[in-house]
Design a protein around this ligand. Structure first.
Ligand code: ATP
Ligand code: MG
Length: 199
């Protein structure tokens, strides 16, 4: 009985291995990706910064734009900026609280200039545009300009965009898109945001 089960298991595994090998052999393109992390669930920025850590761990160069000025300092920024990762954070204006269109646009434009610089720097293997989606939704940064900068970027450069409600044009352009779905969130049960977990 056991040997028959073992055999069947082995056959299944061989088949899976064969399928995986075929798919690996078919993946011949080598270029940077456009990766989008969107949806209402928690984990978009965490995953983007995790990828920065992964890249830096391989000796690669990464840079980050944070389009939302958080009220708290950012744990990943504290760590990763010590490892040569340039961070540009929206200095004034847009936070989750303030909504002054003129000053928000100015602040978004200012930090977007750094984004454009990063997207034209061939020395950067990875660029994270954290919370960019909201800038497009509110019209603080033009969609066409973002698309142009993404199209013109160095061939080997990977870009990660995070934020809820990502524009369809960017989703279509992307190579990998993950949508995070909120199955549950502690905040809804009255739990406070926690240092080291939420920021
Ligand atoms: P994180 O930075 O934890 O990966 P995120 O980038 O997916 O979260 P954002 O929409 O950028 O999510 O939210 C920023 C803050 O709101 C974070 O502190 C996050 O923990 C919290 N948050 C994320 N999703 C939810 C949710 N569904 N309900 C309440 N708070 C949330
Ligand atoms: Mg986020």
């Amino acid at each position: 009985m056991t040997t028959q089960n073992d055999q069947r298991h082995q056959q299944r595994q061989q088949k899976i291995k064969q399928q995986v090998d075929e798919r690996i052999a078919a993946a011949t393109q080598d270029r940077g990706l456009l990766l989008i992390l969107t949806g209402n669930g928690k984990g978009k920025s965490t995953a983007a910064f995790g990828t920065v850590a992964r890249a830096v761990g391989h000796g690669q160069q990464a840079a980050v734009i944070q389009f939302i000025k958080g009220t708290w300092e950012c744990g990943e920024r504290n760590l990763l900026s010590q490892h040569g990762v340039e961070f540009q954070v929206m200095s004034t204006g847009f936070t989750w609280e303030t909504q002054n269109k003129a000053s928000d646009t100015l602040a978004a434009q200012e930090v977007w200039q750094h984004g454009k610089r990063m997207l034209s720097n061939a020395l950067l293997d990875l660029v994270v545009l954290d919370e960019l989606t909201y800038m497009i939704t509110y019209g603080y940064v033009e969609l066409e300009e973002v698309i142009q900068a993404l199209q013109d970027r160095p061939q080997g450069q990977t870009v990660i965009i995070t934020g809820r409600g990502c524009h369809r044009a960017l989703i279509e352009m992307a190579d990998t898109v993950s949508e995070l779905r909120p199955v549950k969130h502690a905040f809804d049960q009255g739990l406070q945001a926690r240092q080291g977990i939420d920021w």
